[in-house]
Write a protein that binds this ligand. Sequence first.
Ligand SMILES: Cc1cc2nc3c(=O)[nH]c(=O)nc-3n(C[C@H](O)[C@H](O)[C@H](O)COP(=O)(O)OP(=O)(O)OC[C@H]3O[C@@H](n4cnc5c(N)ncnc54)[C@H](O)[C@@H]3O)c2cc1C
Length: 413
Amino acid sequence: MNRPITVLGAGIVGISCAFELRRRGFRVTLVDRRGPGEETSAGNAGIFSYGSITPLADPALWSRLHRLLLNRDADFLLHYPHLPSLLPWLLRFLLRCRRQTYFDDGIALGVLVRASIELHKQWMAPAGLQTLLNRDGVLQLYRKRQSFEAGRLQRELLQRCGIKHTDLSAEQIYELEPDLNRVFTRSLLIDESMSLRNPEKLCKAYARCFVEAGGQLIRDEVRALRPADGGWELVTAQATRAVEKLVVCLGAWTPGLIGELGYANPLAIERGYHTLVAPAPGNKLSGPVFDADAGYVMVPMEMGLRVSTGTNLTQREARPDTRQIKRVLPRLHQAFPVDRLLLDAPWMGRRPTVPDSLPIIGPAPRHENLWLAFAHSHLGLTLGPISAVLIANFIGGERQPFSPAAYSPARYL
Ligand SMILES: Cc1cc2nc3c(=O)[nH]c(=O)nc-3n(C[C@H](O)[C@H](O)[C@H](O)COP(=O)(O)OP(=O)(O)OC[C@H]3O[C@@H](n4cnc5c(N)ncnc54)[C@H](O)[C@@H]3O)c2cc1C
């Protein structure tokens, strides 16, 4: 039997790591202060899209920088009181808003996304999770011709990565989604992509597979990590445990713990919100749509239509700011017949992001027996399984399916 491993964080990334390591025969304990998949991994848009490979650092941002700085657009909101602490991250981010880095980062993301969606398919089938899926494909919708044309670089990236996509005319949009209001003129359909009707259920199902395979799930709050005798001392709310190998997958909370080991915080936190709406009687949506001009994504879920917002750049524990949800709701009413809101207050999640939009996956640069998988930004639900395979290969000393250099912790830590 292989040596025991403790995985911290039971979001999709930690659950996937624990499951993959257990499948390979390691003795694995997964620790979280909440139930599996109940934090960021619960409230996201549930999309696994081959086309979700556009880095945030897009050269097109330069032409709308004034609008972004004035908080004019619904897809981006900068919380000015936190600007001084965000400034170093923002400067590194802006330096990446160049054509070459856009393609380099996008291609590196594409490698992960493609591999991970294939793994999800393999993991979902035996767990009977296909019933959670909407129709295939993600519709990117445009109200204005100029907005469609502004997406040229994204289409070039999709082309370069060989990702199947189809330009749809207005008639074709309404053939696919007849209940959308006639406000859209063009669309890009990312074919074959998938979306879930309940992302939290997927997380809980993978966690159940892990436990049924012999993994141990512990509910406890981690307070500190200390190097001890070549392994680690794990201080939690309930106990101090000696553990040998650690994989840290604490999402937005990772820097708090590894900071004590001397690793500077590389993250900006992009808040994102969702609300739920009920369609007006007789109307339905069969799959996810991204209303590009209005800055929201709408996905049919078991509990209603989930409407998610873009980036709110702020600090991790800042108070909720519901301005983006308030801005998108009138635009949503233009696009789709909505009956009523189903949530009293929006759900709020945190997307931990580094300037190149790529996750941090691999061995900690200056510590033995410590591996990191975090900073999954807008794509953690998609990238859980491939993050797990890379981590398991590192730990087991096995050959990687592709070079993991682009995701190395050493680039920011
Ligand atoms: C609005 C929104 C929409 C999104 N849409 C999509 C999408 O469509 N597709 C996609 O792929 N991704 C999407 N994402 C991103 C995705 O949700 C995240 O990247 C993903 O959930 C991150 O998973 P994680 O496991 O890294 O972190 P989390 O899910 O945040 O898990 C971290 C875990 O660590 C635990 N934890 C933290 N501190 C401690 C501690 N001290 N002790 C014990 N446990 C602790 C937490 O309880 C939590 O369970 C979206 C995100 C948002 C906010």
